[in-house]
Structure formats: structure tokens, C-alpha cells
Design a binder for this molecule. Structure first.
Ligand code: MN
Length: 314
């Protein structure tokens, strides 16, 4: 249920009791000054100065009084999930540490593989990477990403794993979820990088969060070599440490290269994403090469497969 708590002065609470006179309830919970029930909101004022607004109309009702709140902003009740700013739960000065970051590309694309990269960026390499243009790849075009990737792949230790669609489809059909696949790939890529940089150890490992930590380790249950030491998760991790930004750029680069290969195989440029364009392209591919080639090109369980089949039958 939606609810809002406002800290209000006792004089405001007295005013409110007057205001809600016609809707006052008789039964009061312990510590309450009054309870009022309007059609869309229940208001409970406490001697502590907290006033609780509950129900679908709680925002509108609380708005009437929020200007009198003793704090500048209405305090939301703890039952609503706090919005965590990416990275705030990490060790202090995290962006300056030597970190292994990992990220993946291609999970939402109908055509093309999933690429996962774990990359190690030392504190002393941060300035250089920034100089080379490494940043959140969402603000970068594919051409820029490829240019940056070509340079940084010579500089930083990384591990790239490419899960081609033939194998992806087989694993998916055997009942493995995409989440589990991703967890396996991230864990493996991180393990590879840690091996590469031995005996050096990173200050931390940061995974761009695609699943909550507990779920991630659930996926990895029964695996050998599960990386747990100093492993952190953050949403939007590309903006939290350059190691994840670099991993993302390298993964995107590998993905784009695979796309070019697939386009050559198909005989035309295949589109990214999972929109109507890919349905058309898949139909074209089926007409040209037959549907038996699909497992090599696409993630079969996407709804796009059916849509493309329908286009072909038309
Ligand atoms: Mn990601």
C-alpha cells in the first residue's frame, strides 16, 4: 500500500484534527492523536509529530500539509524501497581503486552473440584511459567505441567471452535461464583476468548488476571457482568505475565485430535490437538460406522468431 509520513508540529496536527472533523475515527492506535478516514486516504497523527497518510489518495492528501512539514521534504515511509544511487554502497573513493570490472552486451539483441568482458584497470591507468576517451559507452557511437577499444585492448588486461548463438540456443533449450548464463560468463571472465594478473590482486571487483547479489550466487551454485572475494555489484556500474566502462567498450567492440561477420554470412547488413526491423531481416535470411541456419544467427526463444516465420508465410 502506498503511504507517506510527514513530520508535523502539534499545532498543525491540531489544525488537521479540526479540518478532518467529519471523518474522524473512534478507535485510536496507541500514541495516536487522531485517525481520519477519507474515501481514498487514512490519516493517522501521532503524539510524536509523525503523521501517516495511507491509501491511493495519500499523495494528494499529504500535499495539503507538506508545506507545514517540519522538514523541507516529505519523508517517505520506510516501506517504499529506497532509491539507491549507483555506487553509494561501495568502499570510499571507489572510482580511484584498482578494479576488475565486468559487463556484457547482446542479451537483448535478437541477432548476434552475447559478449562478456572483465577488464582490469589499475589506479595508475585511470588518467590514461580517460585521456583515450573511456567513459560510459551509452554516450558513444559504435565507431567511437571501436576506436577506443582498439587502443585500450593493448593496454589493459582483460578476458573476452563470446557465447555464439548455436551454443546459446542449446543451453537455453536445455532449460538454462539467460540470467544464469550471464552469471556463468561473468564469473568465468573475472576468473580469467584474475589469473592473468597474478600475483597482483585488484582492490575490488565490480559487476554491472544484472541480478541482485544473492540471485547471482544462486545462479553460480555448484560451480567451481566462484569469485566472491571483494566482489561488488552496482547498477550503472559503467559510471562508477572506468574498469566497467572499459569492459563495456571491449564487449561492445567484440559484439560489433561478430555482427559484421554475421552480416557477411547473411549477405546483407543485419540490424541490432529486437524491434520490427529484425523480424524483417530474419524473414529475409530465411528466404535466402532456409530456416535451418537460424540457430547460428539468432536467439531462437525471442518472439521475433515467430514473427519472422509469419512474415515468410505471407
Ligand atoms: Mn551491463
Amino acid at each position: 500500500m502506498s503511504q507517506i509520513v510527514l513530520p508535523l508540529s502539534l499545532s498543525t496536527i491540531t489544525k488537521m484534527k479540526q479540518f478532518y472533523q467529519a471523518s474522524l475515527a473512534e478507535k485510536l492506535p496507541p500514541g495516536a492523536v487522531f485517525v481520519a478516514k477519507t474515501p481514498h486516504c487514512t490519516i493517522t497523527a501521532y503524539h510524536s509529530g509523525k503523521v501517516l497518510f495511507q491509501g491511493p489518495g495519500c499523495n494528494a492528501e499529504a500535499d495539503k500539509w507538506s508545506s507545514e512539514a517540519t522538514l523541507l521534504k516529505p519523508v517517505k515511509a520506510k516501506t517504499s524501497l529506497p532509491k539507491q544511487t549507483p555506487g553509494t554502497h561501495l568502499p570510499a573513493n571507489f572510482s580511484q581503486l584498482s578494479v576488475v570490472g565486468s559487463d556484457e552486451v547482446g542479451t537483448g539483441d535478437f541477432f548476434g552473440p552475447i559478449t562478456v568482458v572483465a577488464a582490469y584497470v589499475r589506479n595508475q591507468d585511470l588518467a590514461l584511459l580517460k585521456e583515450l576517451g573511456v567513459k560510459d559507452s551509452k554516450g558513444l557511437k559504435d565507431e567511437q567505441i571501436c576506436e577506443i577499444a582498439k587502443q585500450i585492448k593493448e593496454i589493459i588486461p582483460f578476458s573476452l567471452l563470446t557465447l555464439h548463438n548455436e551454443k546459446y540456443n542449446a543451453l537455453q533449450q536445455s532449460g538454462m535461464s539467460q540470467g544464469k548464463l550471464k552469471a556463468l560468463l561473468h564469473n568465468q571472465a573475472i576468473g580469467h583476468v584474475l589469473k592473468k594478473i597474478e600475483p597482483e590482486k585488484p582492490d575490488a571487483i565490480l559487476i554491472d548488476e544484472f541480478a541482485k547479489e544473492a540471485v547471482y550466487y544462486q545462479y553460480l551454485k555448484g560451480q567451481k571457482n566462484i569469485q566472491r572475494e571483494r566482489v561488488y555489484f552496482s547498477t550503472k556500474a559503467e559510471g562508477v568505475h572506468l574498469a566497467v566502462a572499459a569492459a563495456s567498450i571491449l564487449a561492445r567492440y567484440a559484439f560489433v565485430q561478430q555482427f559484421e561477420k554475421l552480416s557477411k554470412l547473411a549477405g546483407f547488413t543485419i540490424p541490432k535490437g529486437a524491434g520490427a526491423k529484425v523480424d524483417e531481416a530474419c524473414a529475409r535470411l530465411i528466404r535466402a538460406k532456409g530456416k535451418d541456419v537460424l540457430p547460428q544467427f539468432v536467439k531462437l526463444h525471442f518472439a521475433n522468431t515467430e514473427k519472422a516465420m509469419k512474415l515468410v508465410k505471407r
